[in-house]
Design a protein. Structure first.
Length: 275
């Protein structure tokens, strides 16, 4: 197989990642001129992207291209790394999330996060789901019960666990644990769900259930997913961004990007010539 090498500087035409803007698509996340450094090493270069409200947007590209770094910048998890420095703008519903004095805790409530490996807490299924409400000080049993059922139903898990709510969540299967983590993420009714390769540790059956769940959740939630699988991006997303060497190379509707990519670099990647 031919190996394709792309230089990080100056290879892509200016504005190459700008997607055609459909009038009916209203962005909930707007990223402009975003750069990120880990110490002296720059990891993201001049990212411009508008994430449409109520849709599924996928980020694809080879390992180490900056997909997860960009995703984790959306709810400022990268702030936990001491050496991180950023420039540029990220707006959630028109509000700059990196402005001085921004409430990061509130931001993370508005953007739920689902990680690559399921990470249920070592407590009951019920307590896992209502945890976001409890840390907000909610103590009313009826409110907690309603949130638990609503979130588990939303995650497609209620019928499987409704008689096991007091059971330790760690006894669930891997696929059930991931859907439980999605239920926990939506219990606080966020505006955006960030998913960092949520199916990479799951078998095909569990992956299918999570993908079906994403289809059901979109509209009520905006989903931004990082995936190593181009097939998953093609199946589940409305929009796709191709990243390489810290740059957003091309961004478009998923159908357009996979069938009529505008750049040869994108075509080479999705046809398997490199990556």
């Amino acid at each position: 197989m031919e190996t394709k090498t792309i230089e990080p500087e100056g290879s892509f035409p200016a504005g190459s990642a700008d997607a055609p803007r459909k009038e009916e698509e209203k962005p909930i996340l707007e990223i402009g001129g975003f750069n990120l450094w880990y110490g002296k090493k720059q990891a993201l270069f001049d990212i411009h992207m508008a994430v449409p409200r109520g849709k599924v947007t996928a980020l694809i590209g080879p390992s180490g291209c900056g997909k997860s770094t960009l995703l984790r910048s959306m709810n400022r998890i990268n702030d936990l790394v001491d050496s991180v420095r950023i420039e540029g703008s990220v707006k959630l519903a028109g509000e700059e999330i990196y402005r001085p004095g921004a409430d990061v805790i509130s931001l993370r409530k508005r953007m739920g996060m689902v990680f690559q490996k399921p990470n249920p807490f070592p407590m009951s299924i019920y307590e896992n789901v209502v945890y976001p409400l409890r840390i907000d000080g909610e103590r009313r049993r009826r409110v907690l019960d309603d949130a638990c059922e609503r979130s588990l139903a939303g995650a497609g898990l209620w019928e499987e666990v409704k008689d096991r709510l007091k059971e330790n969540a760690l006894r669930l299967s891997g696929g059930q644990q991931q859907r439980l983590c999605i239920a926990r993420a939506i219990a606080g009714e966020p505006e955006v769900l960030l998913m960092d390769e949520p199916c990479s540790a799951l078998d095909p059956i569990a992956t299918d259930k999570v993908e079906t769940l994403m289809e059901r959740l979109k509209g009520d939630y905006t989903i931004l997913i990082v995936t190593h699988s181009m097939q998953q991006a093609a199946r589940t997303s409305d929009y796709t961004g191709f990243m390489y060497l810290g740059r957003l190379v091309e961004f478009d509707s998923t159908e357009e990007l996979f069938t009529k990519p505008r750049l040869k670099e994108t075509e080479d990647y999705i046809t398997g010539r490199f990556g």
